[in-house]
Design a protein around this ligand. Structure first.
Ligand SMILES: NC(=O)CC[C@H](N)C(=O)O
Length: 360
């Protein structure tokens, strides 16, 4: 294992060993405090461009499942067609792995997908640095090579455009089925699985496609990487939908919550270090009902700036930030967290039932 160094923008250095693909890489360094789920997180397109630090120390011990696709093109066990995170940073990579569903080691998978992985880093100390300073750009360099890769700069980069599908994909087509347009900002496959399991037809469209020209019964706004302010084309299409005389249900997740909120007039801001974990507590506004949720986001909605017809639906119980919105009259709502989980707690999957019931 070659020696590597993670260098953060503020000059802090963390030494480790390479266990994945051997190439230097630069990107935004974020941390995730979940105890498991590295196959799902690595293939979640919302991590595009990010160096993912895991605080849970032992990683790799349950290997990686087979990368098989179902007939409909959805991955059997993963959240997309490949790894989207730019690198993974762990404390103690486990050379031995064992699980009924394991097909290969995390190291072999990373090497095949050409994604760097580093181990031996005190990821809890690294997380403390990111928590105090806020997420930072950083790079992983090999100690036996000159450090000549440029710093990452994400200003104005539209990551959604890089990961969204390029043409329309239809799932579960059939007479009499309710049709849901899904705006693919970088959709996790479990969102599509959750919809298909409820018997609807899904029409997956590129993020900037004007779906208002299609015939459909409901609109679904998916998760996606990067800064929502780079997705004005999607916001314009959502605004058209909201203004349409034919009122149809709409649900959004994560980036979908941010885009719906932007269409509702709200401002988006960047959180200091984001929410990436399996145990984010949220409260449903107006009730004392709380849910434990799976999350992966760096931006948040400023609920104070929502239009008068809208209100917050969920609030984060750790930091009070907005976790979802709803329209006061029409069947339009969204969550900043991930009701489809995968991985993570499934407490809020009922939101898919609510959405599909509204279509009827
Ligand atoms: N998972 C997501 O959809 C993330 C949304 C957005 N890219 C953020 O970081 O806030």
């Amino acid at each position: 294992m070659r020696n590597v160094t993670l260098i953060l923008d503020d000059g802090s250095r963390f030494h480790g060993k390479s266990f994945g693909y051997e190439k230097p890489v630069a990107g935004e360094v974020v941390f995730n405090t979940a105890m498991m789920g590295y196959p799902e997180s690595l293939t979640d397109p919302s991590y595009a461009g990010q160096l993912m630090t895991l605080t849970y120390p032992l990683v790799g011990n349950y290997g990686v499942p087979a990368f098989t696709m179902e007939e409909n093109g959805l991955a059997t066990f993963m959240e997309s067609d490949r790894i989207y995170a730019s690198a993974i940073i762990v404390s103690d990579y486990s050379l031995a792995y064992n699980h009924w569903n394991a097909k290969e080691s995390l190291a072999d998978w990373l090497k095949r997908e050409q994604v760097p992985g580093i181990t031996g880093v005190d990821t809890r100390e690294l997380t403390k640095v990111l928590r105090e300073h806020g997420v930072m750009m950083g790079k992983i360099v090999f100690d036996d090579e000159p450090d000549n890769i440029p710093e990452a700069d994400y200003n104005g980069v539209n990551f959604v455009d890089k990961v969204s599908c390029k043409e329309i994909i239809r799932y579960n087509e059939g007479d009499g089925r309710k049709k849901v347009v899904l705006v693919d900002c970088g959709v996790k496959h479990n969102i599509i699985r959750c919809l298909l399991r409820r018997g609807v037809e899904v029409i997956r469209v590129p993020w900037d496609y004007d779906f208002n020209t299609l015939e459909f019964d409901g609109l679904f706004l998916a998760n996606g990487p990067g800064d929502p302010d780079t997705c004005e084309a999607a916001v314009a299409n959502i605004r058209k939908f909201l203004a349409s005389p034919s009122v149809r249900p709409c649900m959004g997740i994560c980036m979908g919550n941010q885009l719906l909120s932007k269409a509702a007039g709200a401002r988006i801001y960047k959180l200091k270090y984001g929410h990436r974990s399996h145990n984010q507590p949220v409260r449903m506004v107006g009730t004392t009902r709380c849910f434990i949720t799976s999350q992966n986001h760096g931006y948040a909605v400023d609920a104070e700036t929502l239009g008068a017809d809208w209100e917050p639906l969920f609030v984060n119980m750790n930091d009070g930030s907005n976790e979802g919105i709803r329209h006061k009259v029409n069947p339009w709502f969204s969550a900043q967290f991930h009701p489809e989980a995968c991985s993570g707690p499934v407490d809020t999957e009922f939101m898919f039932d609510d959405f599909v019931n509204l279509l009827k």
